[in-house]
Design a protein around this ligand. Structure first.
Ligand SMILES: [Fe+2]
Length: 465
């Protein structure tokens, strides 16, 4: 078999240029979180059923669902790609992709990331390796790597290379997660200027606005952008989740519940992990603020109960546990806790080690929250608060656990600890209304009436701004 150059000039082993053109469409769709990504992949494989990199990519896509039920399909793609590699000499880059998939299906996320890292040194325009490296560093909580895996390939990219917007968008997100908000916003806005349908770039700018508590600006940014989301897959629910977060911070809870029902959880049939994570963390935030969420936990709990034995990533696992706890499904929650503990500590399985260190205490903490055992919540969360980043996700997503820790301190009378944490938090997020409200509560509990009034006043002033 021969090779044909893809849209970025990388040789791809395939039967025809036509198959590689379809493969280019797969990459373009993937970069846009497009609903029709699978359709293009089918076309690529239809044009060349022996297209090894396309089979490998199909395996990657199954892995991205992070669903134990798709394991067998991912393995089958790997087996097919390997069998094809025996008959056709693949390029070194393609062989490394097969190694990466093998590591990934074996649970060795760090090994997979190392393969994509090697590819990017020799092939900085491999957008698939870049996107997957970025994804993995994100879910391993490796924010510096998330930023630098993109920064290190920038020399090979400019506006003439297809997909440049995606590189800017990915870089923007890494810059945001490492706290360089000005650079992140600049890169992210430039990416969106180049391509308004680049949902990841829209998302990167959204995170900057979230981290800086630019609530009204953030809501307007997303509401304006939403007309360009028509091509998007379920990732758009995450963007709606961000819009709901801005409205939580604006304390417009009716709007949040409407967004929840009409957008964030518009598809109540979905059991995709990110959809469950969005929904569960939104319901927890609402309940912490005293809002009745009705029976919304029930369907999340039903989907989560089916995922108890997944343990592919700690991040979704803790949100499955949260859904079971929120719904009061004690039997399934107990089973989940047992299952998480049993899955933890397996050497060679990256996420299993993270589960041992952080996943188990997080699950125990949120189970304790729903039993009103707030001392226990504090005892579980306080020692691991600087390790929580290992479960991956963004600062904005993990913030739920910091809010839970602070709220639990207040609810069990540990006002001094709450004061210390809120002193930290108001320094880091001086425009955050929730922080000033809870700071006022902590000061009040500590007998600092005047300072409490001042903190409350700060909250009102910020909210009105
Ligand atoms: Fe996000």
């Amino acid at each position: 078999m021969t090779t044909f150059d893809d849209a970025r000039g990388l040789p791809v082993t395939a039967a025809s240029a036509d198959a590689v053109r379809h493969y280019d469409e797969v990459m373009d769709a993937y970069l846009h979180f497009a609903k029709d990504t699978g359709v293009h992949l089918k076309q690529a494989l239809g044009a060349d059923p022996e297209f090894a990199l396309a089979h490998c990519t199909k395996g990657y896509f199954f892995q991205l669902f992070c669903n134990r039920g798709l394991d067998a399909k991912a393995r089958k793609c790997l087996d097919t790609a390997r069998a094809l590699a025996e008959n056709n000499e693949l390029t070194q880059r393609e062989t490394l992709h097969l190694h990466a998939l093998a590591c990934w299906v074996a649970g060795d996320l760090a090994g997979a990331a190392a393969c994509w890292g090697s590819i990017l040194i020799s092939h900085p325009r491999d957008i698939l390796a870049l996107k997957l490296a970025s994804y993995t560093h994100f879910y391993l909580g490796e924010s510096a790597r998330l930023r630098d895996c993109v920064a290190q390939v920038r020399y090979a990219w400019d506006e003439s290379v297809p997909g440049y917007h995606a590189v800017l968008g990915m870089h923007a997100f890494g810059l945001e997660e490492t706290g360089d908000y000005a650079a992140a916003e600049r890169e992210g806005r430039r990416a969106v200027q180049l391509d308004q349908e680049d949902l990841w770039a829209v998302h990167a700018v959204t995170h900057v606005l979230e981290m800086q508590d630019r609530r009204r600006e953030g809501a307007a940014w997303l509401e304006t952008s939403a007309e360009h989301w028509g091509r998007g897959n379920n990732f758009v629910y995450h963007l709606w989740w961000h819009l709901a977060l801005f409205y939580i911070e604006l304390e417009d809870f009716d709007r949040v519940l409407t967004l929840y029902d009409e957008q964030v959880r518009a598809d109540t049939k979905s059991d995709e992990y990110l959809d469950i994570c969005n929904a569960a963390s939104l319901l927890w935030r609402l309940e912490e603020r005293g809002i009745n969420v009705g029976n919304r936990w029930t369907e999340l709990s039903e989907k989560s109960a089916a995922r108890i034995g997944d343990h592919l990533m700690v991040f979704p696992d803790v949100h499955f546990a949260l859904s079971l706890a929120g719904a009061g499904n004690d039997v399934a929650l107990a089973e989940m806790l047992r299952s998480v503990r049993n899955s933890a500590g397996n050497p060679g399985v990256t996420e299993s080690q993270i589960a041992a260190e952080v996943g188990v205490p997080l699950c125990e903490a949120l189970a304790a929250w729903y039993e009103s055992l707030y001392e226990l919540v504090v005892d579980r969360l306080m020692p691991v608060r600087y390790q929580i980043r290992q479960i991956g996700g963004s600062h904005a997503q993990r913030d739920m656990f910091w809010q839970m820790l602070i709220a639990a301190c207040l609810r069990c009378g540990r006002a001094q600890e709450a004061l210390a944490l809120l002193s930290e938090r108001t320094a880091l997020k001086p425009r955050n209304v929730w922080s000033w409200r809870r700071y006022a509560d902590a000061l009040e509990a500590a007998g600092e009436t005047e300072a409490a009034a001042e903190a409350r006043n700060n909250a009102e002033t910020l909210l009105a701004a």
